[in-house]
Design a protein. Structure first.
Length: 365
């Protein structure tokens, strides 16, 4: 591990992570589906948008605090759910959770974590959040509903405060880098601890996750019956689905193309966000992920209708490069950039970011 202090922005963490990771694992984290068109476009879309700041506002220094679905956050930035943190660092999701909690940032713990959700929650408990860690839980609904219900019950008991149901995965996307590297199984000793069968408290074997095309709105209704937690759908891109989600009483949407890892050539999330914001019309919170690398990207997402954004790969790069300290530095850099970008736009708070601050006509890619 080099000196983390020398890394001055989120993008530089990718190089630092690549320097320490096995190339096969670097490819697993960095890659996307097929031609990786969407992976590239997620970032490029933010570069195409310009910010048109206001001046002479007499504004106070910005305060970044927001509350989304009852969870208070020190900035409108969450940790997106990403699988297999142990492949990045031996302390795995525990390190990520400690860094996020220390920063007052909500972590969305992935169902496919390599540390059990109970242990992630324990790591996320800080003095301030002794009872309710700032933790949400990402779920792939399994066709075995009994097993799904048991996982949800574990997440609830651990103190998770929202369920983020990933709905863009009726199958696994075709990843050619993993094919080329013949990377299809976790290395020995690395397991999805939430998929372990628990019989009478005794740890048993670990199941395989099932990504099934049979999952439907019926399952979302079912889920509402087994838990009181707010339900956020992750991976909605089509405005008709956003409309249906609102009609079905879903509590929030996370606009996402899975970081370009599922269906290639889907639109960049920054480009699609305004269409979904129009449909949702403020009735439920809207989050977005994919390609967010700069404080200015966050301001653009807020201007286009998001309440908050989530970071995927930058957190993994921080974890690989420096464990808990690396994730902390990534989140600190993002906070510093966001304060600066809001100040330069003349905004006192995320809520003050209005649609007119962003313009898609000039393009500065
Ligand atoms: C290595 C990796 C693993 C991921 N695993 C999951 C997962 O298990 N569940 C999920 O809903 N999304 C998963 N995602 C998608 C992220 O939640 C998020 O949508 C995406 O990374 C955002 O894009 P970004 O990496 O450009 O920030 C994963 C992404 C990466 C890069």
């Amino acid at each position: 591990m080099g000196d983390l202090g020398e890394l001055v922005n989120l993008r530089e963490f990718e190089g630092a992570a690549q320097a320490v990771l096995d190339p096969v694992l670097y490819d697993y984290f960095a890659s996307g589906a097929q031609d990786e068109v969407t992976v590239r476009d997620n970032e490029a879309a933010y570069r195409r948008l310009t910010l048109v700041p206001r001046v002479l506002r007499g504004a106070a220094p910005p305060s970044l605090d927001v509350t989304v679905l009852g969870t208070g956050m020190t900035m409108p930035v969450l940790v997106a759910p990403t699988a297999f943190h142990r492949l990045a660092h031996p302390e795995a999701e525990r390190a990520t959770a400690r860094a996020a909690a220390a920063a007052g940032v909500t972590m969305i713990a992935a169902m496919l974590s390599t540390v059990a959700v109970e242990d992630i929650a324990a790591a996320a408990r800080t003095a301030e959040a002794e009872r309710d860690p700032s933790l949400w839980f990402q779920l792939y609904i399994q066709p075995d509903l009994g097993f799904t219900e048991a996982i949800v019950a574990r997440a609830v008991a651990a103190g998770c405060r929202a369920l983020v149901v990933t709905v863009d995965s009726p199958a696994l996307g075709r990843n050619e880098r993993n094919d080329r590297n013949d990377f299809h199984d976790l290395p020995p000793g690395v397991r999805c601890e939430n998929l372990r069968e628990l019989r009478g408290g005794e740890p048993g074997s670990v199941r395989q996750v099932v990504l099934s095309p049979e999952i439907s709105w019926r399952h979302i209704d079912w889920l509402r019956g087994v838990s009181d937690l707010p339900i956020v759908l992750k991976g909605v891109l089509h405005p008709a689905d956003a409309r249906e989600a609102v009609a079905n009483g879903v509590d929030g949407l996370l606009v996402s193309n899975h970081g370009g890892r599922q269906l290639d050539t889907t639109p960049a999330t920054a480009d699609q966000l305004p269409r979904l914001a129009e449909v949702v019309d403020g009735r439920i919170p809207l989050l977005v992920d994919g390609g967010v690398r700069r404080g200015t990207d966050v301001v653009k997402a807020l201007a286009l209708g998001a309440d908050a954004v989530a970071l995927g790969r930058p957190v993994l790069w921080g974890l690989a490069a420096g464990g808990e300290a690396g994730v902390s530095r990534v989140l600190d850099l993002m906070r510093t950039e966001l304060v600066n970008a809001l100040t330069l736009c003349g905004c006192e708070a995320p809520r003050g970011v209005t649609r007119d601050l962003v313009d898609g006509r000039h393009g500065c890619a």
